[in-house]
Design a protein around this ligand. Structure first.
Ligand SMILES: *[C@@H]1O[C@H](CO)[C@@H](O)[C@H](O)[C@H]1NC(C)=O
Ligand SMILES: *[C@@H]1O[C@H](CO)[C@@H](O)[C@H](O)[C@H]1NC(C)=O
Ligand SMILES: *[C@@H]1O[C@H](CO)[C@@H](O)[C@H](O)[C@H]1NC(C)=O
Length: 434
């Protein structure tokens, strides 16, 4: 027994040594970040081993671990917290207890987790949403969309779309005492992707969403309401939104799938927590479990020939500020090598960066937070450029020593000051702009 334990210990030490990649020296709380990184990479390694020997799928294993961190809806002296459903989609509501003379502001929050993991029940998201409700005296709605790979695109997107649409009805806003002119949609990481995608379709005053008008050019799939849950009521059948969302907040969002060779992709190959392999695995599972697909994305050879005209929307050599372009050389991706039959790859609801300028102009005031040491950093930076180019008001905070998923690292013992800093920047922007 002791011998086995010793072997296991040595194996772990050897593994930690092998995966160790130097952490940039300007990272604050250096040792804590190192420990978190080793912990995350060891977990990933174990999960991939288990997947390879056929015991359990990677994302199932990680989900099992994350489920240990689920919280119950616990009310406190300031906020009533309850779990319910909006058209069959689980939501957690945070309703301030204090009496209010006027209707309140509201935030709809979509959690991150690479489309495959996570829940509003996770301690960090529960704490963030509770804090938001308390600090802003606002109604907060945490959304649990269904997860890939069991539910691939467009299901997670449509779940978020449905929740937003349901919430924006007059009866519902009145029921929760919400002011229809003061609503925000926010999300982090893949949640930022879903939030940006939903806002693009929802905020076009009384017009039809773009993917219904332009189905031939960008989207090659049936309209959204064909894929909604069976129990759908007339909320989904009518795609027009009654109210405009006032602002959006995107925290280290992923915003495109077309180009997988951006400078931030190259710099963060072995990124803290989110490595290239992991990011591409999640991105792939959103569409398919075809095992050649992550390899194709890795080589930037996954897009079809018909996508050529879309690359101007994600051209980092024109959209990234010089300090991030550095000496990287733009190379055109190789198109049409595989011909995957995955219409989602060219869908604006997967890559909000594909919206054209006149479409982007309609977007509301925006907050974008990017982190320097983050695989998806350049998606956020490019969106800042594109939105500013068409005159949308954008507040952009770039955290020089920031890492991906810091908001999920706000619970003991693995909490980082960085997470609290991001939270406070986000909340103070909301407070001023919502
Ligand atoms: C932008 O996209 C919208 C919606 O798809 C379309 O109606 C419009 O013609 C496009 N504008 C330009 C300038 O291409
Ligand atoms: C991207 O921009 C570069 C110039 O910065 C240009 O040479 C290249 O053709 C552009 N590619 C696309 C697909 O727009
Ligand atoms: C993909 O499609 C293009 C054009 O339709 C064709 O030229 C190419 O050979 C196809 N590639 C594969 C691997 O089937």
């Amino acid at each position: 027994m002791a011998f086995k334990a010793l072997c296991l210990g040595l194996l772990c030490a050897l593994f930690a040594f092998c995966i160790y990649t130097p952490i940039p020296s300007n990272i604050e709380e250096y040792w804590k970040v190192t420990a978190i990184d080793i912990f995350a990479k060891t977990g990933t390694f174990m999960a991939i081993c288990l997947e390879n020997i056929g015991i359990i799928k990677y994302e199932k294993f990680i989900s099992m671990i994350l489920r240990l961190d689920h919280t119950q809806p616990v009310s406190d002296e300031y906020v009533t917290v309850m779990d319910t459903e909006f058209v069959d989609i689980p939501v957690r509501l945070y309703l301030p207890k204090r009496k209010s003379e006027t209707p309140r502001r509201a935030v709809i929050y979509i959690h991150g987790g690479g489309f495959c993991l996570g829940s509003f029940k996770n301690t960090a998201f529960d704490a963030l949403n509770r804090w938001t409700a308390k600090k802003l005296d606002a109604v907060v709605v945490g959304v649990d969309h269904r997860l890939a790979p069991q539910h691939k695109f467009p299901v997670p997107y449509e779940d978020c779309f449905t929740v937003v649409k349901f919430f924006l009805q007059d009866e519902i806003l009145t029921k929760y005492g919400v002011d229809p002119t003061r609503i925000c949609i926010a999300g982090d990481s893949s949640g930022g992707n879903l939030a940006a995608g939903v806002i693009q379709q929802s905020n076009i005053h009384q017009e039809k969403p773009q993917f219904l008008i332009e189905r031939t050019s960008i989207c090659l799939h049936p309209p959204v309401n064909h894929m909604l849950p069976q129990e759908s009521n007339n909320v989904q059948n009518d795609l027009e939104f009654k109210h405009k969302v006032k602002i959006q907040a995107l925290l280290y969002p992923s915003l495109q799938i077309l180009d997988s060779n951006l400078p931030s992709h190259q710099e963060n190959e072995h990124g803290i927590i989110l490595t290239r392999d992991l990011a591409l695995k999640f991105a792939s599972l959103y569409f398919t479990e075809d095992e050649t697909f992550p390899q194709a994305i890795r080589r930037n050879e996954h897009m079809p020939l018909e996508s050529r005209h879309l690359f101007k929307f994600v051209n980092w050599s024109t959209l990234l500020p010089e300090q991030f372009r550095k000496n990287y050389v733009y190379t055109e991706p190789i198109l049409g090598r595989y011909n995957y039959s995955l219409p989602g790859l060219m869908d604006i609801r997967v890559s909000p960066l594909l919206a054209n300028d006149s479409w982007l102009q309609n977007l509301p005031r925006t907050y974008i937070l990017t982190c320097q040491y983050d695989f998806v950093r350049d998606d956020g930076l490019m969106y800042v450029s594109r939105l500013r180019n068409v005159g949308v008001q954008v507040t952009h905070h770039h955290i020089e020593n920031g890492i991906h998923a810091a908001l999920s690292l706000m619970t003991s013992p693995l909490y980082l000051q960085l997470g609290f800093r991001i939270r406070d920047m986000y909340i103070s922007w909301l407070d001023k702009n919502l």
